[in-house]
Design a protein around this ligand. Structure first.
Ligand SMILES: CC(C)(COP(=O)(O)OP(=O)(O)OC[C@H]1O[C@@H](n2cnc3c(N)ncnc32)[C@H](O)[C@@H]1OP(=O)(O)O)[C@@H](O)C(=O)NCCC(=O)NCCS
Length: 194
């Protein structure tokens, strides 16, 4: 289940992150500011919820089907500029290797193109992050370039290089993204045709 975080998910998010710090720190700059207090997490999730509802940025939680566990996080980020959305992802340490990142990325890529109507979906990966590189490759994204020092880094540290992957709307039907199992719903729970 992919949906926007809600402030009341703070304990689920805490459980997912606090049990995954060593796994997340090499790749997610924000993980160095962890663990956070529950109140800080509530504040963070209020910000995610607010920006999501205003259409400014779309941070998603990845949940088990019964929504009792946070499996990880993802997002459709507007920082990629006009006509594009950038997907990011992390999966809790106890749930890696089960295809969750690939499934979530395929679902969000299709939503970005079919629901949000963007022409380009982008993914940026550290060249050393083997597990992450496999996801856009497996989903048929094209590898466009390696940009030097372009990944967001920790304050005061050099930024990492970024391998840029992109999928354009007119390429979607030729990729596994088009056939990924997916149901999408609006705010009232009505099915959105994809
Ligand atoms: C990268 C990450 C999101 C992958 O999540 P995941 O749910 O395990 O990914 P999937 O199960 O969808 O697997 C994708 C592939 O990577 C493989 N894989 C998973 N963990 C791996 C690892 N540590 N090293 C190498 N390959 C790995 C899977 O077996 C699968 O391989 P396949 O293509 O041969 O089938 C997860 O490891 C993670 O959260 N890492 C830390 C945060 C991070 O790096 N985020 C990405 C920043 S760009």
């Amino acid at each position: 289940m992919l949906r926007c975080w809600d402030p009341r998910d703070a304990p689920l998010l805490a459980d997912a992150i606090d049990s995954s710090l060593d796994h997340l720190r090499p790749w997610m700059p924000w993980a160095h500011d962890e663990p956070r207090s529950l109140d800080e997490r509530i504040g963070l999730l209020r910000g995610f919820r607010g920006r999501f509802d205003l259409g400014e940025d779309f941070v998603y939680g990845i949940f088990s089907r019964d929504e009792r566990e946070a499996v990880g996080g993802s997002g459709l980020h507007t920082r990629a500029g006009e006509g594009a959305l950038e997907i990011g992802y992390w999966i809790r340490a106890s749930a890696v290797g089960r295809g969750y990142a690939r499934e979530a990325t395929a679902a969000l890529a299709r939503v970005a193109i079919r629901v949000c109507g963007v022409d380009r979906v982008e993914i940026r990966v550290d060249p050393a992050n083997e597990a992450s590189l496999r996801i856009p490759r497996a989903l048929g994204f094209a590898e466009e370039a390696t940009l030097r020092r372009r990944l967001p880094g920790r304050e005061g540290e050099a930024r990492g290089d970024a391998v840029v992957f992109a999928l354009f709307a007119d390429e979607l039907d030729r990729t596994p993204v088009s056939s990924a199992p997916l149901e999408a719903f609006d705010a009232l729970g009505r099915s959105i045709p994809l």
